[in-house]
Design a protein around this ligand. Structure first.
Ligand code: NDP
Ligand code: HSE
Length: 444
C-alpha cells in the first residue's frame, strides 16, 4: 500500500523529534501501521533550520498553506502551538479534507468544540494524544482502555515545567527563576512560560481529560486555575514536616452536583506514588468504579517523548485512512450528540462548591488566646480541624520574635465556607499577614 503522506507544520522541539523518530523506527512503524508513514513536506518560518533537520528527505516550505493546498497530503500535523495561526491552519486543513494530528492542548481546550464539529462534518480525524501528558498514552487509556468504567476522578501532575521547578526548589534549594530558565533550555516550557507557572497549561490538559472522562464538552473557561508563583519555601518545608509534598495537580472529579475542574498547588501525602514523581515527569491517577485506581507515569514533555504520542496518532490514522469513520472511537470518547445534554446535567461547579481539605498557614502575634479565636471561627463555620502545628516564635522570626506561624490542617469542607471563615480570621488584629491556603488531596 502507498505510504500515507504527512505534512508537518512547525519543526521545533516536537516537530524535529517526530521527524527523527519516524526516520529511525520507520520499518517497525510500517509493520504496525500496515503501510509506510512518510513526512513529505515540512513548513516552518525558519526554513534554513528546517532544512538542517530534514535534509533532502522532505520538501521544506515557508508557507504552511502550501501543504494544506497539496492534494497529495493525507494528514497535517500541527506543531506550531497557540490559538492564532494554528487554529486557522487546523480548520483549513479539515476543510481541505485532511486528517489532523496536534499536540496543541491550548487550541483544543479553548476551541475543541468547534474543531471536533468541523472534523465530524468533513469526515476526518483530529487526533491529540500528545496534547496531554506528552509521551504517556493517557488519552488512549481514558478513551478506550477504561471505557467500561464510570470514572470518578482524575488527578495528575500534567505540567513538566512546574514539577521540575518544584522538585529542584525542594531538593537543591534553587531559586524559582534559575530553575525556570533551565526548564526553558531543556524544551519543557511553553513559548509563553507563564502558561506553565500560572497553571494554564495544566488547566488546558485537565479540561481535555474532564471532557473525555465524563462525556461533557470542553469547557476551559469554567476551570479554576492557580499556579505555583505564590508558593513559598516555608510552605514546602512545613508540608514535608507534616508528611506531605506540594505538587501542582490538575483535578477533575464527579461530585454530587456536577464536575469539579481545577488546577492548583496541592498537598499530597508523601507516601502516595504520585507525591514521588519528580523533575519533568508526569503522572496521572484515574479512579474508575470498576477498575479502581490506576496510575500512568512517564515523560510529559520533551522532543522524542512527545513525538512518541504524535506518531501513535499517525499510526491510528494510517490504519483508518479510507475507512468509514462512523464506527471509529469518538474524539472525546462519548458520542458527540450526547455531549450537550451531559454538559447540562453535569455542570462544571464553581470553586465555592468544591469540597476538599486545606493546609492553612497563619502568621499571628505570639500571645495567649490567638489559637482559640481562630479555631473558634473555624468551628462556627462547621470546619473540622485535623491537625495543628505551632512553630516556635524564635524559629519563625528570629530571636526575641513576637510573631509565629500557625499551621492548621482541616478535614473536607466546602470552599465557600472556607472563604467566609478565612475572611473572618484575616480580619483579626492578631493575624499579621495574608493567610496562605493550599488545598490538600488525600487521593485515596
Ligand atoms: P516550538 O516553538 O519548539 O516549535 C514550533 C515551531 O513552529 C517553530 O519552529 C516555529 O518557528 C514554527 N512556526 C511558528 N509559526 C509558524 C507558521 N506560521 N508556520 C510554520 N511554522 C511556524 O514548539 P514545541 O515543539 O515545543 O511545541 C509545539 C506544540 O506542541 C505546542 O502546541 C506545544 O504546546 C505542544 N507540546 C509541546 C511539548 C514540549 O515538550 N515541547 C509537549 C507536548 C505538547 P520559529 O521558531 O521560527 O518561530
Ligand atoms: N510546557 C509543557 C510542560 C509541555 O511543561 O508540561 C508539555 O505539554
Amino acid at each position: 500500500m502507498k505510504p500515507i503522506q504527512v505534512g508537518l507544520l512547525g519543526i521545533g522541539t516536537v516537530g524535529s523529534g517526530t521527524f527523527s523518530v519516524l526516520q529511525r523506527n520507520q520499518e517497525e512503524i510500517r509493520r504496525r501501521a500496515g503501510r509506510g508513514i512518510e513526512i513529505a513536506m515540512v513548513a516552518d518560518l525558519d526554513m534554513t533550520r528546517a532544512k538542517q533537520v530534514v535534509g533532502d528527505a522532505a520538501k521544506v516550505v515557508g508557507d504552511a498553506r502550501e501543504i494544506i493546498a497539496n492534494p497529495d497530503i493525507d494528514v497535517v500535523v500541527e506543531l506550531i502551538g497557540g490559538y492564532g495561526i494554528a487554529k486557522a491552519l487546523v480548520l483549513e486543513a479539515i476543510a481541505a479534507g485532511k486528517h489532523v494530528v496536534t499536540a496543541n492542548k491550548a487550541l483544543l481546550a479553548v476551541h475543541g468544540t468547534e474543531i471536533f464539529k468541523a472534523a465530524a462534518e468533513k469526515g476526518v480525524i483530529v487526533a491529540y494524544e500528545a496534547a496531554v501528558a506528552g509521551g504517556i498514552p493517557i488519552i488512549k487509556a481514558l478513551r478506550e482502555g477504561l471505557t467500561a468504567n464510570s470514572i470518578q476522578w482524575v488527578a495528575g501532575i500534567i505540567n513538566g515545567t512546574t514539577n521540575f521547578i518544584l522538585s529542584e526548589m525542594r531538593d537543591k534549594g534553587l531559586d524559582f527563576d534559575v530553575v525556570l530558565k533551565e526548564a526553558q533550555a531543556l524544551g519543557y516550557a511553553e513559548a509563553d512560560p507563564t502558561f506553565d507557572i500560572e497553571g494554564v497549561d495544566a488547566a488546558h490538559k485537565a479540561t481535555l481529560m474532564s471532557a473525555i472522562a465524563f462525556g461533557i464538552p470542553v469547557q476551559f473557561d469554567k476551570a479554576y486555575v492557580e499556579g505555583i508563583t505564590k508558593l513559598s519555601g516555608a510552605d514546602i518545608r512545613y508540608a514535608e514536616q507534616l508528611g506531605y509534598r506540594i505538587k501542582l495537580l490538575g483535578i477533575t472529579k464527579r461530585a454530587d452536583k456536577g464536575i469539579e475542574l481545577r488546577v492548583h498547588p496541592s498537598l499530597v501525602p508523601a507516601k502516595r506514588l504520585i507525591a514521588n514523581v519528580e523533575g519533568a515527569m508526569n503522572a496521572v491517577v484515574v479512579h474508575g468504579d470498576a477498575v479502581g485506581t490506576t496510575l500512568y507515569y512517564g515523560k510529559g514533555a520533551g522532543s522524542e517523548p512527545t513525538a512518541s504520542a504524535v506518531i501513535a496518532d499517525l499510526v491510528d490514522i494510517a490504519r483508518l485512512h479510507g475507512a468509514d469513520l462512523a464506527h471509529s472511537v469518538p474524539p472525546l470518547a462519548f458520542q458527540s450528540n450526547t455531549l450537550g445534554a451531559a454538559g447540562k446535567e453535569l455542570p462544571v461547579l464553581p470553586m465555592a462548591e468544591v469540597v476538599t481539605s486545606y493546609y492553612l498557614r497563619i502568621r499571628v502575634a505570639d500571645e495567649a488566646g490567638v489559637l482559640a479565636k481562630i479555631t473558634g471561627i473555624l468551628a462556627n463555620a462547621g470546619i473540622s480541624i485535623d491537625a495543628v502545628l505551632q512553630r516556635e516564635a524564635d524559629e519563625v522570626g528570629g530571636e526575641g520574635s513576637t510573631q509565629t506561624d500557625l499551621i492548621i490542617l482541616t478535614h473536607d469542607t466546602r470552599e465557600g465556607d472556607m472563604d467566609q471563615a478565612l475572611a473572618e480570621i484575616q480580619a483579626l488584629p492578631t493575624v499579621l499577614a495574608p493567610i496562605t491556603r493550599i488545598r490538600k488531596e488525600e487521593l485515596n
